[in-house]
Design a protein around this ligand. Structure first.
Ligand code: PDD
Length: 292
């Protein structure tokens, strides 16, 4: 049975849901989005995702399409109508529909709102227990990677390169070999003295919601965290490397290109953080999970 999608005020079978050909999201990638994990029917880290959505809209001067309360009514409705227990909720807001011209359209043009859901959340436990291979690719993105826009072509190309190499992800590298993040997840390493290192939340990376939660869980577990850039050479020499993200949870990396990380097995820190993250999502509560 087709999923029900929400598009500009209407709930429709996904195959019948359409956007206008002059929607600026389609023509200019002039839109922003969020991907939210649904776990046991409840959203993971819903409030921080909604905060980031508002921030992305503000940074691009896109009008807020509706109150968070109204967006939440739609999101809940979609999760329930599609009976999503473990899945993802996708929200996209575009600047709206207008004859194609680069400048913003008139203030009166309403933003477009699209929401869809999918069954299936997180990678399988089997993959996480084995750890994954990543490749490296040049970071070819623009200067505002902190805004979650739908302009994802460089990410798509890097992920495709990873897929062709039978790798899970692509670590993105600046010309001086700094690892910014991965194509759809944040990158971390664990140093020999057990310090967790991840790129600071500058305009060079997306400030991951999962990254922030894992920082909190790791601090509570007693780990030291350094938010600083690190190089590919440091990652190759690290005790552990791992990724975090809404669709990744915490994923140990065991191979970078053809170089094993440490002994080539998932690290204990990544596996512990993965367990802690799992405990966190298992303990979501129906009376608070949708609060914004
Ligand atoms: N991507 N970095 C990039 C470039 C991302 O696209 C994502 C998430 C992340 C992790 O952020 P978060 O923890 O908030 O999911 C980091 C989503 C899942 C996507 O585009 O499908």
């Amino acid at each position: 049975m087709s999923h029900i999608a929400y598009v500009n005020g209407r709930y429709l079978p996904q195959g019948a849901a359409h956007i206008h050909i002059e929607d600026r999201g389609y023509q200019f990638a002039d839109g922003v989005y969020e991907v939210i994990c649904i776990w046991n029917g409840l959203p993971v880290d819903y409030a921080p995702h909604m905060v980031r959505l508002s921030r992305s809209l503000r940074e691009l001067s896109v009008r807020t399409p509706a109150t968070n309360g109204a967006l939440t009514v739609i999101a809940k409705e979609l999760v329930q109508r599609n009976r999503i227990t473990k899945g993802t909720l996708y929200m996209q807001v575009n600047r709206g529909v207008a004859p194609r011209a680069h400048p913003f359209p008139k203030e009166t043009v309403p933003p477009s709102v699209i929401m869809t859901v999918k069954h299936g959340a997180g990678p399988s436990e089997a993959i996480a227990e084995q750890g994954v291979k990543v490749i490296t690719a040049p970071d070819q993105r623009w200067g505002r990677c902190d805004i979650k826009t739908v302009g994802l072509l460089p990410n798509v190309l890097a992920k495709q390169k990873a897929t062709e190499a039978k790798a899970f992800e692509a670590l993105l590298l600046t010309p001086d070999n700094t690892v910014t993040e991965a194509s759809a997840s944040n990158a971390w390493m664990v140093t020999k003295d057990q310090t967790l290192v991840t790129h600071p939340t500058t305009q060079a990376i997306l400030g991951g919601v999962t990254r922030a939660t894992v920082i909190k869980l790791a601090r509570e577990a007693g780990y030291q965290i350094e938010e600083r850039p690190f190089t590919l050479d440091e990652a190759r020499a690290a005790k552990e490397v791992f990724l975090t993200g809404t669709t990744t949870f915490v994923m140990p990396v065991v191979l970078i290109d053809e170089t094993p990380v440490a002994n080539g097995a998932p690290g204990t820190v990544a596996l512990e953080l993965r367990r802690l993250y799992r405990t966190f999502i298992d303990s979501l509560r129906a009376d608070t999970a949708w609060n914004v």
